[in-house]
Design a protein around this ligand. Structure first.
Ligand code: SAH
Length: 349
């Protein structure tokens, strides 16, 4: 316990550990220390964001994707996936209803769908920003060229989420087909940051072949990349992928990592993901208690929600649904937090 505590202190003081030190924290974790770490994470988050939780309206704009990430339910080769694509008007209308509910950030996420060219996206982004100047637009549309990212930024997009998925290149290549290059993913992340996006990286917890050392390397990457946002959630198997019989990642380890990342980067925007709530009832609340400060309820049109099935049983109803933010707020109040209606930008260091 002593060495664990001294590493927690070192992380709080210097915001940096070596890969081996992160690995020590992971390999030697226990319930008592996890609680201790969550307490520090809470204190750190409280100092920056008090008890406020930011919400984002997640609009899943298309499940058409040219890629074949081995873990993902909407991979191109999944012939059983019922495909859909929202029109720009439908996406805009989702923002209109989201605004009325109280959302001030819209996250446009989707597969790598050729329909969404720079022209289509730029027009849509400008329209949203013009009519909702007090809102932020976040994109999560995969790998694009630098010119494309620049055009989207110039059109008014504020943030971009692109999980790095795995910084260990061997692991990366076990989770992706050979035409998907980790090098390009990391290049995209660098460019997003240079262009000026608030940038988010991240990874799945408990993915097939992933070891604790891989996770320690991911933590070091998150430390050094200094993203404004970091999305981590448990891996959940999807029935139409080769990983269908693999075990899901754990809520316990995900929450432990959320605490570490909060202490590493006190100001970071850290979502308690849908996957966390899917793996275990109350998982998202546990994520908030561990140090997360963002929740992204589903704001997609009701008819398509079920179809954006990244993994089995993905939640999109109840407190996961944008229409029910009162229910979400109630659940958050029960644990001492509450929703803040705002863009929810990262607070300055
Ligand atoms: N096309 C976009 C959005 C991908 S979906 C992109 O490439 O960034 C968003 C995230 O969902 C992915 O980055 C991945 O980490 C996660 N995801 C995909 N399949 C998953 C699964 N089976 N279990 C848990 N998370 C998954």
């Amino acid at each position: 316990m002593n060495k664990l505590v001294s590493l927690a202190e070192k992380l709080s003081d210097t915001h940096s550990l070596s890969v081996d030190e992160y690995l020590f924290l992971l390999e030697n974790r226990n319930e008592e220390f996890a609680l201790y770490l969550a307490k520090i994470a809470n204190r750190v988050r409280q100092a920056v964001y008090s008890n406020k939780v930011y919400i984002r309206g997640l609009i899943e704009i298309s499940n058409i994707c040219k890629n074949n990430c081995l873990y993902c339910g909407i991979r191109a080769k999944n012939a059983s996936c019922e495909r859909y694509r929202l029109t720009p008007d439908e996406i805009y209308d989702s923002c209109v209803s989201g605004y009325e509910i109280g959302f001030r950030t819209f996250v446009l996420q989707g597969g790598e769908d050729f329909f969404f060219t720079d022209d289509v996206l730029c027009e849509l982004i400008s329209r949203i920003k013009k009519n909702f100047p007090d809102c932020a637009v976040t994109l999560s549309l995969g790998e694009r060229s630098r010119e494309s990212y620049q055009a989207l930024y110039d059109a008014g997009a504020d943030r971009y989420l692109l999980r790095h998925e795995a910084v260990n290149s061997e692991l990366y290549s076990k989770l992706h087909p050979s035409n998907m290059k980790q090098e390009n993913r990391l290049k995209c992340l660098g460019e997003l940051k240079e262009i000026g996006f608030q940038t988010g990286c991240g990874f799945m917890v408990g993915a097939p072949y992933q070891t604790l050392r891989h996770i320690a390397e991911d933590l070091k990457f998150v430390e050094e990349f200094k993203p404004e946002m970091c999305g981590i959630g448990p891996f959940v198997p999807h029935k139409n992928t080769i990983f269908r019989n693999e075990e899901a990642g754990s809520v316990e380890l995900t929450c432990y990592l959320l605490s570490i990342i909060r202490i590493m980067h006190p100001n970071i925007l850290l979502p308690a993901t849908t996957a966390l709530g899917t793996v275990e009832e109350g998982g998202r609340e546990k994520g908030i208690l561990a140090g997360a400060n963002v929740i992204m309820p589903n704001l997609s049109p009701l008819g398509v929600r079920r179809k954006y099935e990244l993994y089995d049983n993905k939640l999109s109803t109840g407190a996961e649904s944008a229409e029910n933010i009162e229910l979400l707020n109630q659940k958050l109040r029960e644990i001492g937090f509450e929703i803040e209606i705002s863009r929810g930008d990262i607070k300055g260091e």
